[in-house]
Design a binder for this molecule. Structure first.
Ligand code: HEM
Length: 408
């Protein structure tokens, strides 16, 4: 708990953070990478360039300040950060480095307003948050039986094109042992060397297959952009490399499965999975996990995409829906192609409109899981709330840094 002496300084800095939070974190990252260029191998450098991660850290700091007296509100945020950090191999010894450059950045940007008392209060607050994160991360590394930053080598045993932009990679342990089961909805970090930039990069991909069949599968969307020689970090660095250069038989280094967007074990209420675009990947795993582990539990699978050519794992979905009577699916194609029309592969044309759907698809007592672009999730969440679904029944997964808006 923050000391009585520091508390007023932290509380008073909420408006200051609102004003300068982003400038402070931008300055922080410049200082951090100048002093420790090796940390570029841990951070997502295209996100750095676009400012997404800078915003994520700014919102984390702000959220902490705003909720200094409300640990319950912070708990889900801590859990998400811990899972992400563990998948990235963040180590205890990184914390003092980050803390030093954060405080230096606060001092630089606030100038005379950064009094010794204010800086001491922030040093204390950072220390408390760092201790909470380190403690939880240590437990997670132990549970996975690995040292921080230790990756496992896996072989790509099958590479399968799933749609115009998404390709699946089936992974098996190079030592021939079965890969451990995971919780449907979790992701792994994949480590890839970008030789022309002399940089290692890590990216998180949801596991898209059933949770306990001894192999793992990631289904990777090829993002726009590719590596350039001018030392910039375009989006799509890693996904393009995976699509173009990784073939069956190649070895990848990956983290253990991480993430807290998962199905609780003991929930038997109707499960409703709503996704769009590549957000379908954790949903396919949740679907398979639920069908295997809770064969009586009803599952409704709602999915929105452009058309059949942009519908990854489409064949797998129809096979599951033919085989399992407790499952219903509802597909919305924004612009169906001629062959989609011919096969009647979809139930709704245009955007996915939840308001038009029957209660059988959207039951009042359901557990709802959303994954897709932020705007899609916001619209669907509002539509669910308007139908009387309670906020606690809805979980959602943001790909990329979450901006933690629920705390602000
Ligand atoms: C108290 C200290 C820290 C806080 C509050 C914090 C907070 C955060 C938050 C909010 C995210 C985004 C999570 C998400 O929504 O996905 C994040 C991601 C991340 N954090 Fe931390 N963090 C801290 C310390 C550290 C340290 C010591 C390191 C190691 C150098 C680190 C490395 C990263 C990386 C690499 C990411 C992923 C973003 C990317 O790939 O660029 N963090 N952190």
């Amino acid at each position: 708990m923050i000391s009585a002496a520091s508390r007023p300084y932290i509380v008073a800095s909420v408006p200051v953070l609102r004003e300068h939070g982003l400038t402070i974190t931008r300055c922080f990252y410049q200082r951090l990478f100048a002093a420790h260029p090796e940390l570029k191998n841990i951070f997502n450098m295209p996100n750095q360039q676009s400012g997404t991660q800078q915003q994520a850290l700014a919102s984390a700091i702000f959220a902490y300040a705003a909720n200094i007296d409300n640990p319950d509100a912070l708990a889900p945020v801590i859990s998400r950060i811990v899972q992400k950090h563990v998948s990235l191999g963040v180590r205890e010894e990184h914390y003092p480095i980050v803390g030093k450059h954060l405080l230096d950045a606060i001092a630089e940007i606030l100038g005379a307003a950064a009094t010794p008392e204010l800086l001491a209060a922030w040093a204390e607050a950072y220390g408390l948050l760092a201790t909470a994160l380190i403690t939880e991360e240590r437990k997670q590394y132990q549970a996975h039986g690995i040292e921080p930053g230790e990756y496992r080598s896996v072989t790509v045993v099958r590479k399968q094109k799933e749609s115009e932009t998404v390709t699946s990679f089936y992974l098996e342990a190079t030592d021939g042992k079965a890969l451990p089961a995971f919780q449907p909805g979790q992701y792994i970090s994949v480590a890839v060397n970008i030789e022309q930039l002399a940089l290692r990069q890590l990216r998180q991909y949801s596991l898209s297959d059933a949770p306990d069949n001894g192999h793992w599968r990631i289904s990777v969307k090829r993002e726009e952009g590719s590596a350039t020689a001018d030392n910039s970090y375009p989006a799509g660095l890693v996904s393009n490399l995976l699509h173009d250069q990784y073939q069956e038989g190649d070895v990848l280094w990956v983290s253990p499965p991480c993430g807290d967007f998962v199905l609780p074990q003991d929930d038997d209420t109707p499960l409703v999975l709503i996704s769009a675009g590549v957000g379908v990947t954790p949903m396919m795993s949740m679907l398979q996990g639920s069908l295997q582990r809770s064969p009586q539990r009803p599952v409704n699978f709602l999915y929105a995409t452009l058309n059949g050519r942009h519908h990854p794992l489409k064949g797998e979905l129809s096979k599951l829906s033919r085989r399992h009577g407790q499952m219903r699916s509802h597909i919305a194609y924004e612009k169906p192609a001629d062959d989609d029309r011919l096969r009647m592969d979809y139930q709704q044309q245009g955007y996915l409109q939840l308001a038009q759907l029957p209660d059988a698809l959207l039951p009042h007592d359901g557990s709802y899981y959303l994954c897709g672009p932020t705007s899609f999730m916001q619209i669907q969440r509002n539509a669910l709330l308007a139908r009387g679904v309670a906020a606690h029944q809805i979980q959602q997964e943001v790909f990329g840094p979450s901006l933690l808006q629920h705390l602000q």
